[in-house]
Design a protein around this ligand. Structure first.
Ligand code: ZN
Length: 352
């Protein structure tokens, strides 16, 4: 099903490109700028089973995007300046803003050198548990369990279910099913209990995943001093905020901010909601982030930035640079706003 959806999106992006429809749509949907969302930036790895591949782009693709923006004369600006331009209603020039979620070490090793080449600022949103080495990146632990197993047994909806994971295609199907199952569980604790049991049974060191992939606070200190870099908050535990009681959701926002500020000795005024889609961040979270004093908060809802976005500073949409669509021909489609307009059913603001 996921594969089918990927193919439909790819076909849609291709159609927009080949028909030139993105040029026609541009005056209406390109908005005043875009906030791009990335996760990992690292060289392509071989191997058929890469279920988290949508979360990584190759350095060459990022370079192509930066070159494309520069050639179009689009300003590449920091998130602080996005905020500034929105509140001042200064839309004389189109802008792009780069944001990278979770705080992966490859952001420093592969993204930073490239961004320096283009003198392009960017924001890294840090989940404070990840930087403390105690975070649980369950989607990667799940990938590791399935990668090394030939079958998996667990209870889904109260029924003991055995999933064949002996081929890459079966592994992908099992991943999709378990990923959806885990995200549908009522609490974060439920996800962690299930994943913890799977890791124990299949010999995966879940605690090592975070330390292996994420920058520690000690690594973030020099990284954050680079003038191109803004550090934002991304909660403490990387939980689905909308599923937490209000006080916990609030604490995930303000305590993560306090921990990052304390460790890095610099103010943190921007937030990215973990997962960031409609089931993880809604009106209550937007109000909480605003009350907590964040200047901006970004979602993963697809969309361009419009002048009206100034009225929804804690519900900003982003344009995903998705690892499954690293075709440089779609770059003008992404910056035209046609793709996100299509995904949004041609609405400009979606902040409810
Ligand atoms: Zn995240």
């Amino acid at each position: 099903m996921k594969q089918f959806r990927n193919n439909v999106i790819r076909a849609g992006l291709g159609a927009l490109y080949f028909t030139g429809a993105h040029y026609l749509l541009r005056p209406i949907f390109s908005g005043v700028g875009a906030i791009f969302m990335l996760h990992h930036v690292r060289p392509h790895r071989d191997g058929e089973f890469q279920p988290n591949h949508h979360l990584e782009v190759a350095p060459e693709f990022l370079r192509a995007m930066l070159a494309h923006l520069r050639s179009r004369g689009i300003d590449i600006i920091a998130i602080d300046e996005v905020h500034q331009r929105l509140i001042e209603r200064n839309f004389s020039r189109r802008f792009a803003c780069f944001t990278l979620d979770d705080g992966y070490r490859d952001n420093r090793d592969f993204a930073l050198p490239l961004m320096r080449e283009f003198e392009a600022p960017f924001t890294v949103f840090v989940a404070s548990d990840f930087a403390q080495g105690t975070g649980r990146l369950w989607w990667i632990a799940l990938e590791m369990v399935i990668a090394k197993s030939s079958s998996i047994e667990l209870a889904i909806g109260g029924t003991m279910t055995r999933l064949d994971t002996s081929t890459p295609a079966l592994k992908q199907a099992a991943f999709d099913r378990l990923h959806d199952h885990l995200r549908s569980l009522p609490g974060e604790g439920d996800i962690h209990r299930e994943i913890g049991a799977l890791c124990a049974r299949h010999g995966v060191d879940e605690a090592a995943v975070c330390r292996e992939l994420c920058m520690s606070f000690d690594e973030l200190k020099p990284f954050a001093q680079d003038k191109l870099i803004t550090i934002g908050a991304h909660s403490i535990t990387h939980c689905n905020l909308a599923r937490q009681p209000k006080e916990i959701a609030r604490s995930e926002m303000v305590t993560s901010r306090a921990r990052i500020e304390d460790a890095l000795q610099r103010p943190v005024v921007h937030l990215a909601y973990p997962y960031g889609d409609k089931i993880a961040a809604g009106a209550r979270e937007f109000a909480l982030a605003q009350a907590a004093g964040f200047k901006t908060a970004v979602t993963t809802r697809p969309g361009m930035i419009f002048p009206e976005s100034a009225d929804h500073l804690t519900a900003l949409p982003r344009v995903s640079l998705n690892g499954n669509y690293q075709d440089t021909r779609i770059l003008p489609v992404l910056t035209s706003g046609a793709a996100t307009a299509m995904w949004n059913g041609f609405r400009r603001i979606d902040a409810a």
